[in-house]
Design a protein around this ligand. Structure first.
Ligand code: HPA
Length: 248
């Protein structure tokens, strides 16, 4: 069974049917919400709301260590993580779905590793050349192809600290660094998943042009951000549902 971590677009997570809530405790505390075991369009799935039941965890406060640990403990074979993004690349306007294949970390002060308590968990350096699991990302792209959905097939995800959005100059710097989209959540999730050998892929949905770009050249309009999100999330759900039909 696969796990799905839902971000801001999943405030209404009743796309998951036949639900059973599982309250978990981990060495890193409780996950951001009870896990929901259920089905997505008929296929079993384990769902976790990243920001909590009442959206109480801002991006820099999400208990990612507990979240990934809890999913691993339930024995999932991989994690699909949905993240909303602001688009930097010109083809990353609102509504665009993208599968990032690279990531740059601009966060600070987050709990990014399980290797803190040496005696307890040992220590290893993980390879992050490809931060997202390539087989799982491929399976999501194949699913999108089967559904004839237009998905950007790769991209560099810049992870910022949040919860504030970026300044225009910060976005220009990230553009010079090679970033295509900006979000606040896929890091440290992807690194923690790697540390515990859990295949992890991100699927991103653009809800705005990043600050200073395109329609957001002068300011970010939060009302249109919300409506783009609601429109785009159903496309992501369709792709995930199609992908998990084939994955075990
Ligand atoms: N920046 C960072 N994270 C985001 C954005 C953004 O513009 N839009 C949605 N998540």
């Amino acid at each position: 069974m696969l796990a799905l971590i839902g971000g801001s677009g999943f405030t209404n997570d009743d796309v998951i049917e036949n639900r059973r809530e599982i309250v978990m405790e981990t060495p890193w505390g409780q996950p951001s919400a009870p896990l929901i075991e259920g089905t997505l369009k008929g296929t079993p799935i384990l769902f976790l709301r990243r920001h909590g039941v009442k959206h109480e965890f801002a991006p820099h406060c999400v208990p990612s260590r507990a979240n990934l640990w809890a999913l691993k403990e339930r024995g999932v074979s991989g994690v699909i993580a949905v993240g909303t993004v602001g688009g930097i690349a010109s083809d990353m306007g609102p509504g665009r779905i993208a599968m990032p294949d690279q990531l740059i970390d601009y966060t600070w002060g987050r709990e990014v590793s399980y290797y803190e308590d040496f005696g307890k968990f040992g220590m290893k350096h993980v390879d992050m050349t490809w931060p997202f699991d390539r087989a799982l990302s491929r399976a999501l792209l194949d699913a999108a192809d089967r559904l004839n959905k237009d998905v950007r097939r790769e991209g560099v995800y810049a992870c910022t600290q949040g919860p504030r959005l970026e300044t225009a100059a910060e976005v220009r710097r990230m553009q010079r660094d090679g970033a295509d989209m900006i979000g606040m959540t896929l890091y440290p999730e992807c690194a923690l998943a790697r540390e515990i050998d859990l295949p992890y892929a991100g699927i991103c949905v653009s809800v705005n042009h990043a600050a200073g770009m395109g329609e957001c050249a002068d300011e970010i309009d939060f009302a249109s951000l919300e409506s783009s999100l609601q429109k785009a999330v159903s496309g992501v759900v369709d792709i995930v549902a199609e992908a998990i039909k084939e994955l075990k």
